[in-house]
Ligand binder design. Structure first.
Ligand code: ZN
Length: 414
């Protein structure tokens, strides 16, 4: 078997891996780097299948681009991943056009891909040629999968984005494969463990309660897919008005129509029914007039309604913002945390309200990664999807693992 890393090696963004079993060729994930729309290396197009681990654009964002280049075969994922992907790809097209970028695919290509979608369920192996492919629940967001491919006595397991601990919103990953030849592992949080999630939740609720009691607005920028819905569930007992703005509304509807894809759909449905879904600027102006909680895209402040709220609230010392997810380098969110200045290319302000960073992660942490490696007992560990993959590979080698952090473009035979 041979692997080639098309993207997402020594970086977070534009994930893509080519698997050549000697008989079949597959691609696992084909994403974009969201800030600048960078794409993975072009694979051969006589592929026998494309597997998408989950809908986030850094894993799925250029899947339709394969069809634009001439790929005509099947794409495999879970049902909710396809539903969410459709929404995210269409939105990504719009955003890239607005920025004057060439997306490299059209809505016709999204349609072409739609006709080639093959829904897979967890733990139901599928035979494609000489290979057997199985998806396992990865616990990251609804629909998120790890991909296991076995062919002619060789095996590879690719985690995708993964989380082992259960949260209020998602069940933990459920993978029962052992002794694989190669384990390709995400390593976003290879360098630290997460704080206790219950404590974080209490901190967040305290920030919200204190802010609203002071007459202010608690602004929660969040990723549309995953974090928005998890935050909603946490706010079940908040006595102040809750507003949801941006694509998180559609994402919540998609998830609610796939209730088996996450925990406690009744809880989400209850809060979702009772919150105000923002439809335009009039609702936005209403939201900032009273003590309230606003959950809005984008999670790393790269665009969307959040800039409206930041500029409206900039001088309001009674208000507060809580960032609740990973802030990738070179995003406005990371810049704001580091400098106190918010800049999105159009406006530049130094908000006077306090900014909190609460690290609710949908990725597993260092200890759980290492536990997983011990349990899975792979011959070789390949680290991707992280800012510190080489450092982590070195540490794993000291622990006795055979670990490697490839570069984009590198191949590996086994
Ligand atoms: Zn993800």
């Amino acid at each position: 078997m041979e692997l080639k890393f098309l993207g997402g090696a020594r970086e977070v963004g534009k994930s893509g891996i080519l698997v050549n079993t000697g008989k079949e060729k597959f691609v696992m994930d084909f994403g974009i780097e969201v800030q600048e729309g960078k794409r993975p290396i072009r694979p051969p197009l006589d592929l026998d299948g494309v597997f998408i681990t989950h809908a986030h654009l850094d894993h799925s964002g250029f899947a339709a681009g394969l069809y634009s280049m001439g790929y005509q075969g099947n794409v495999y994922a879970t049902k909710v991943t396809f539903d969410l992907m459709q929404m995210l790809l269409e939105d990504s097209l719009k955003v890239q056009h607005k920025k004057g970028m060439n997306a490299g695919f059209s809505s016709q290509d999204i349609g072409r891909m739609g006709k080639k979608e093959k829904i897979m369920n967890f733990k139901q192996p599928q035979e494609i040629g000489s290979s057997t492919v199985e998806l396992f629940s990865a616990g990251h967001i609804p629909g998120a999968a790890s991909v296991f491919i076995e062919s002619r006595g060789k095996s590879v397991l690719y985690t995708g984005d993964i989380k082992f601990m259960e949260s209020d919103f998602m069940f933990g990953a459920d993978i029962d494969v052992q002794n694989v030849d190669v384990l390709i592992s995400e390593s976003t949080y290879s360098y630290k463990d997460h704080p206790d999630r219950k404590k974080l939740k209490n901190q967040l609720l305290t920030v919200i309660e204190d802010t609203c009691h002071n007459g202010g607005v608690a602004l929660l920028p969040a990723f549309a897919v995953g974090r928005t819905q998890e935050l909603l569930m946490m706010l079940e007992n908040i006595q102040f008005p809750i507003y949801v703005d941006g694509m998180g509304i559609r994402a919540a509807k998609i998830m609610l129509s796939n209730p088996e894809s996450f925990l406690n759909s009744r809880g989400l449905s209850r809060v979702f029914q009772n919150c105000t879904k923002v439809r335009g600027n009039r609702d936005r102006k209403d939201a900032v007039k009273r003590p309230s909680v606003i959950i809005t895209t984008a999670g790393m402040l790269q665009g969307g309604p959040v800039s409206f709220y930041i500029s409206k609230l900039a001088t309001r010392k009674d208000s507060a913002m809580a960032l609740t997810g990973y802030q990738v380098e070179d995003t406005p969110g990371r810049h704001l945390l580091e400098t106190g200045i918010y800049s999105n290319g159009e406006i530049e302000v130094r908000p006077e309200f306090p900014i909190h960073f609460l690290d609710f992660s949908a990725h597993t942490d260092r200890s759980h990664l290492i536990d997983f490696y011990k349990k899975t007992n792979p011959q070789k560990i390949i680290l991707v999807h992280g800012d510190r993959t080489e450092e982590f590979a070195g540490q794993l080698r000291e622990m006795g693992f055979d670990a490697h952090a490839p570069k984009n473009g590198e191949s590996l035979k086994f």
